[in-house]
Design a protein around this ligand. Structure first.
Ligand SMILES: [Zn+2]
Length: 413
């Protein structure tokens, strides 16, 4: 590689020398390989680079002299541990705009090009694991779950397949999804990242962007290959990251209890011959980030009148300017990737997630709320505020007088 700085915005190579991407093409070879590698500037047909937010660590490793900047992955034996797709949705117009449906199959589909020297990298990886959570052992002890020795063992071990997905944004499709002009989207992305990717505004011919953000992880329970068949029953929880609750068991929200309940429902579904699916999105604190989230916690607990449901969303908006930045409009893409057109048991109460699925043409048969017994006392503020805002509940939503009561702990309790 040259030691000169290469300006990606004004490449010296002539336009048209990189392979074309025909987003939404039915066959991988017609769609074309997605090349976001920095080792071959002339071949690049995407903006940004691989590994999402971790690309910045890669930069640090190169700067620190610990990584060769032209290192290329050896993909020997890395192929998916389970078959996913292709599904008809991969080529249905506008169905998938935020991930590369061929992202796990590049070594297979573009093997000859890779062998010929092209730097084509996976954006999706599929593997297997055993997981175990104290909540599952408790569910076995309480008789809610029965070990079967295959999907669920007596010690609480659960066999899963899991997939990690880096985001890949098809900019024209993304703009259409939000009903905005593509150049407006590109300009905002350019400006709001501090001008990190000049090609967003200088290279309208490059339509694919690998954003420097977190992706998602899927956990499958049961036979992944049965997805996409109309008779396959599916249970699902779409869970947006909440590190404080998910990992550390913080009791201010219902995140981990609902996640554990979702997994329980997924195991049941797999044991009945269906497929369970947990989708874990790296969208910490409604995609506002943890710093904002903790600022909001303080504001909620210090406000006059204490932490109460009626001001729950308002306190977030005061700090962040919005109540939520998760943009569920993009969430259904992963269901299209998996060939899912119907979800039989949907363990979520979010009206935004449900609305996004229905708008994307995915049928939701049964909505499964979090069992009351799983709601921590300090999380009552959150759940009441959400119910009042239109979250799904089979019971009546809380009354106004209820919402005005301070139910959360004080800051130093
Ligand atoms: Zn939470």
């Amino acid at each position: 590689m040259s030691s000169h700085i290469m300006l990606t915005s004004h490449p010296r190579v002539r336009a048209g020398s990189a392979p074309a991407i025909r987003w939404g093409a039915a066959e991988a070879r017609d769609r074309g390989p997605l090349i976001a590698s920095l080792t071959q500037p002339a071949q690049r047909n995407a903006i940004g680079t691989h590994a999402g937010a971790y690309s910045v660590y890669r930069a640090l490793a190169v700067a620190a002299g610990q990584l060769q900047r032209d290192h290329r992955p050896d993909l020997t034996d890395t192929s998916p541990a389970a078959l996913i797709g292709p599904h008809p949705q991969w080529s249905e117009p506008d169905k998938i705009v935020s991930l590369d449906p061929w992202g796990h199959r590049v070594a297979e589909e573009f093997g000859a090009l890779i062998a010929a020297g092209m730097d084509i990298r996976p954006t999706i990886a599929v593997t297997t694991a055993h997981i175990n959570m104290p909540e599952l052992q408790a569910a076995i002890a309480a008789g809610r779950l029965q070990p079967d020795g295959d999907i669920l063992c007596a010690n609480g071990d659960v066999r899963v397949t899991k997939a990690a997905i880096d985001p890949v944004w098809y900019l024209p499709g993304l703009a259409a999804r939000f009903g905005i002009k593509e150049h407006e989207l590109r300009r905002a992305l350019f400006e709001q990242t501090g001008g990190m990717f000049p090609e967003l505004v200088t290279r309208p011919d490059l339509q694919v962007f690998l954003p420097p953000i977190g992706g998602m992880t899927l956990y499958f329970f049961g036979d992944v290959a049965a997805l996409g068949q109309p008779q396959t029953r599916v249970a699902c929880r779409v869970h947006d990251e909440c590190n404080g609750s998910d990992v550390f068991g913080s009791d201010i929200c219902t995140c981990r209890p609902y996640l554990a309940h979702g997994i329980e429902v997924c195991i049941e579904m797999a044991q009945q011959g269906g497929v369970g699916l947990v989708i874990y999105n790296r969208k910490e604190g409604r995609a506002l980030g943890e710093v904002t989230k903790f600022l909001v916690y303080n504001a909620r607990k210090r406000q006059l009148g204490g932490d109460r449901a009626e001001t729950y969303f308002e306190r977030t908006e005061c700090v962040a300017g919005v109540q939520d930045m998760r943009f569920q409009e993009l969430m259904p893409d992963v269901f299209h990737w998996l060939g899912i057109r119907r979800i039989d048991r949907w363990t979520s109460m979010s009206n935004m997630k449900h609305g996004a699925l229905v708008a994307a043409g995915i049928e939701v048969v049964e909505r499964v709320p979090i069992p009351e017994a799983l709601i921590p006392a300090d999380a009552r503020v959150e759940i009441d505020a959400k119910l009042a805002a239109g979250y799904f509940t089979p019971a009546a939503p809380p009354l106004e007088a209820e919402l005005a009561l301070a139910k959360g702990r004080g800051l130093h309790e």
